[in-house]
Write a protein that binds this ligand. Structure first.
Ligand code: ATP
Ligand code: MG
Length: 174
């Protein structure tokens, strides 16, 4: 199974300039005092996976630039690069940059459309809109509180099997 190897951040949220988060192992634990930036690691991951601003605890992507939260952005741009090792131990490199409120996407340094970017992420099982990989602060409780029907819906969305549900029901009834 593939795994996240490293995140390279550049002026993203609490990281000033170019910094490296990682290298990660297959199982990782992030500890730190309140406000030290643990959730910002999740935001960096969500950002590079194409999440929209509202899921990254800001209204506008420009607020993700270091210093912008106090009205003093240190740069016009910020970026996060995700280094991901696939099953064959080959490194895949996904990068998202933000400039003002517009984002650009790169795979292995090559500029691509958002559709191409999300398509390539889906190939390695990351379907951000299905919320299949990121469980943010507070979400554990909300998942635990779901009833059976809601939880089934969630797994159907995650596994991309929702589109096959009707066909499945028909065959089951036949
Ligand atoms: P908790 O334990 O309370 O959940 P945490 O470790 O998850 O805390 P975060 O929410 O990740 O903490 O980080 C909050 C910190 O990030 C704050 O100190 C805030 O000032 C800083 N921060 C947020 N946005 C920016 C930004 N654009 N530039 C610089 N720092 C930022
Ligand atoms: Mg937090």
């Amino acid at each position: 199974m593939g795994y996240l190897k490293q995140l390279d951040v550049d002026n993203f949220k609490s990281w000033r300039g170019k910094q490296v988060i990682g290298p990660f192992k297959r199982f990782n634990c992030i500890i730190g005092t309140n406000g030290s930036g643990k959730s910002n690691v999740m935001d960096a991951l969500g950002f590079v996976m194409g999440e929209r601003a509202s899921n990254l605890r800001v209204k506008h992507t420009r607020e993700l630039i270091h210093g912008a939260h106090i009205g003093k952005p240190v740069s016009k741009t910020a970026s996060v690069t995700m280094r991901y090792c696939d099953d064959d131990d080959e490194e895949l490199n996904f990068c998202r940059t933000v400039s003002g409120d517009s984002s650009e996407y790169y795979i292995k340094g090559k500029h691509v459309t958002l559709a191409k970017y999300t398509g390539e992420l889906e190939k390695i099982g990351i379907v951000v809109k299905a919320r299949n990989c990121l469980v943010y602060q507070g979400a554990v409780e909300s998942i635990a509180m779901k009833n059976a029907k809601e939880r089934t819906r969630m797994f159907e969305r995650i596994s991309n099997s929702l589109e096959l549900a009707d066909e499945y029901e028909k065959k089951r009834a036949a």
